[in-house]
Ligand binder design. Structure first.
Ligand code: COA
Length: 257
């Protein structure tokens, strides 16, 4: 349970709404745990035909809570963020995301594990892991170079370049671009509700078939990234970068060899 994650069930949909606007929907350990619990429940409830993930009409999520990264870094693969991402990765039912505003860090990474993604035109997606002294996570170092080619993936993962909703759609990260956050939410919900009319086992088997090639390799990469990410979270580089964010200053990496 977390006051910052609103879970609702209606029309065959389980909706997870990230709701911490004062921190741009930054994700805490309690929020990951609440989302993991809801996802596990979704697979167990026959009346749920699809899952919708949203941060509302203004902001998807600014990523992992930076204070949590400093105070309670997820260095074990038993941490709440791993429970959440494992539940997302293993979910048998279709997952639809509605992305408005910022989708930073894990906010972009998690989209790579959704089935359908709708974004607002002014959405700003970004994976600033290297800028934070960290490294890619949850399969993005495998998925993005395959999807985009090494050169484009290097801009996104090494330089941490931001990209728009339009770009996300043109690169195959998103299905469609809508004019604003509300339209994005409505479109994503409408698409997710379509699963209510479909045969649930046929959907589940088809999703499984689409995921099967390369699945084991992806699992191994996720584990390897997780170990490195945990090590990096304790590194002086990451501590400098994360402290700089909290202190609203630029990080100084000049002292690192
Ligand atoms: N963790 C903790 N707090 C966060 C946060 C995060 N990931 N993202 C934003 N916040 C907090 C800010 O510290 C600020 O708190 P305050 O009002 O108590 O000072 C509040 O949310 C508003 O953020 P602010 O940066 O002022 O809003 P903005 O509209 O100028 O920018 C973002 C929004 C999302 C672009 C910017 O906050 C950002 O880039 N955050 C991303 C942090 C990050 O690197 N996340 C990735 C972790 S891998």
């Amino acid at each position: 349970m977390s006051e910052h994650v609103v879970v609702t069930r209606a029309d065959g949909l389980l909706t997870l709404r990230i709701n911490r606007p004062e921190k741009k929907n930054a994700l805490t350990r309690a929020m990951y745990s609440a989302m993991a619990e809801a996802l596990l429940a979704a697979d167990a409830e026959p009346e749920v035909r699809a899952v919708l993930i949203t941060g509302g009409a203004e902001c998807f999520t600014s990523g992992n809570d930076v204070a949590d990264f400093l105070q309670a870094p997820p260095v074990s693969q038993d941490s709440p963020v791993f429970h959440f991402m494992r539940a997302l990765f293993e979910l048998k039912k279709p997952i639809v995301a509605a992305v408005a505003g910022a989708a930073v860090g894990i906010g972009t990474t998690l989209l790579l594990h959704c089935d359908l993604v709708y974004v607002s035109r002014c959405a700003k997606l970004k994976m600033p892991f290297v800028s934070l002294g960290l490294c890619p996570e949850f399969g993005s170092s495998l998925i993005l170079p395959r999807l985009l080619g090494h050169a484009k993936a290097a801009e996104l993962l090494l330089l941490g370049e931001a990209f728009t909703g339009e770009q996300a759609a043109s690169w195959g990260i998103a299905n469609g671009v809508l004019d604003d956050g509300l339209a994005t939410l409505e479109k994503a919900a409408a698409m997710a509700r379509r699963f209510q009319q479909l045969a649930p086992s046929a959907v589940a088997v088809s999703k499984q078939l689409m995921q099967a090639p390369g699945r084991e390799e992806l699992r191994q990469v996720i584990t390897a990234e997780g170990e490195l990410f945990g090590q990096r979270l304790r590194s002086p580089e990451a501590i400098e970068a994360l402290s700089a964010f909290m202190q609203r200053r630029q990080p100084d990496f000049s002292k690192f060899l």
